[in-house]
Every structure is written in structure tokens, then in C-alpha cells.
Design a protein around this ligand. Sequence first.
Ligand code: PHE
Ligand code: CA
Ligand code: ZN
Ligand code: ZN
Ligand code: ZN
Length: 282
Amino acid sequence: APDINVANVQAHLTQFQSISDANGGNRAHGRPGYLASVNWVKSKLDAAGFVTRVQSFSYGGATGYNLIADYPGGDENNVVMLGGHLDSVTAGPGINDNGTGSASILEVALQMRATGFAPTKHVRFGWWGAEERGLIGSTHYVNSLTTTDRSKIKAYLNFDMTGSPNPGYFVYSASGQPSGSLALQQRLQAGFTSLNVQTELTSVGGRSDHAAFARAAIPVGGTFTGAEGIKTAAQAQKWGGTAGQAYDRCYHRSCDTLSNVSATALDRNADVIAHALWATAA
Ligand code: PHE
Ligand code: CA
Ligand code: ZN
Ligand code: ZN
Ligand code: ZN
């Protein structure tokens, strides 16, 4: 797998910040900053040869959008999906939550093309709308699939908050949620091990978009650097950072800006995403 250049991921985050700045300070469902985010990510993927589609849905009196991007080639009966939510809360620009996951999977997608990766399996990416309103976009997507198409998705990897400023290195526990995949958990752990980073397992339950896939019995996994939870002394020993403080003190706040991101955590997670995708889809 390629070593993802974190400067490229940071450049995508800068775009999300600019989009928020130009659209009233957020990228929330039903607000112009959300659709601008969709259109910008789509333009990058279109230029790289992905087959993109915008799926709209209606929620809370507004139109929401999912962006789906297929990498041409691979066995369409064996689909590996990566996703993350592209919407923010209305309080702020949502750069760590979830510009980070969105920008990281975008850069991994672009590097598939740049490196000429030709996986055996078919690879599809999803940027979900209205996660912050209750997993609305991802649920809409899963519900829109026929039973046959659903059964073709062999794995779903979710990335929501991968650059928390006081980071933890958490991998979704296979046993901590319905349809958790031990193979995906171990592949993500192996990625961190190859970077000499210790991890902990976390039970994120229904708190992000993987839950929509899990409900449809699709095997799921993911990584997370922490939200409102407090870093323990033992965690600060192994990961650095500040014990007794939240992983992300700006979680769901106006201060979730470009400065609210650990470049180290962002880089490590992006590298692990690439590692897991290359290993899963090859
Ligand atoms: N989904 C939560 C949010 O967007 C954050 C979160 C991500 C919580 C992953 C747990 C696990 O606010
Ligand atoms: Ca890297
Ligand atoms: Zn959130
Ligand atoms: Zn989130
Ligand atoms: Zn490996």
C-alpha cells in the first residue's frame, strides 16, 4: 500500500474550511456548505476517472445528498466499501468531525488511481449526508439497495474523526457491535502495528454510519481517534497528549476548525486506511 502524503490530506481539509467560511460557517445538512462539499469532492473524483453518482434524499424539510464513487474494474460481485460522513453540525465547520475521515478516504481513492492499483475486488466509496441528524444518508443508501446488491458488499470500512487533536488510536471492536468483522479489525490493527502505534478496541455501537451497514448484516470495521471522551493517564503514557482532557475538546463546536487536527493522527490513520484497503481488495 502507498504511504499517504499527509500534506495532500491537509490540502483537502483546507478546502473544507474554505467551503465552510464561504457558506456561513458550517457544512451541515440542508445548508449550502454541504452541497458545496459534495460538489468539490465529486469534481476531484471525476477528474481521477471514478464513476460518481449523487443520491438525494429528503430529511427535515431539506434535500440531503450522498456521494457514491466507484473505482472502475474488479469483481462487481465482491465489493469493498469505504465511507464517512461529509456533513458537519450547524455549530461549526466540522473539520475533525468529519472533514478528516472524508479527506482521508478521498486521498486514498486518488492514490488508487495514481498508483495504478488494480484490485481483484470492486472498490466503492461513499460520502454520507445527514449523519449528524441520525445516520440518515447512510441508512437511505443501504435501504435503496436490492437484497442482491446488498449481498455483494463484502466489507464496509467507516472513518469518522481520524485526526482528533488529543488523539487516541481506536479500532472498532469486532465483538463490540453487530456484524463487526474480525478480519477487518485485525487488518486495521496490523496497519497500526506496522507504524509502531499501539491501539485499543472501542465499541462505537450505533454512533456512526457503519451501523446502517451492520443492520443489513454487512461486515463492518473502522478507526476513530476519539470525541468527547477523556484521555486517561495510561493512554497519555502510550500515545502522548494530555491526560484528563477530551480527545477532541472542540467536538461539535465552532472551534472544530483546521487548527483542531493532529497531523500525526491524520497521517497515521490515512496510512492505515490505505493499508487496509490494499489488503482487503487486492
Ligand atoms: N458519529 C459521531 C459524530 O459524528 C462521532 C463518533 C464517531 C462517535 C465514531 C463514535 C465513534 O458526532
Ligand atoms: Ca503517511
Ligand atoms: Zn459529529
Ligand atoms: Zn462524526
Ligand atoms: Zn499488513
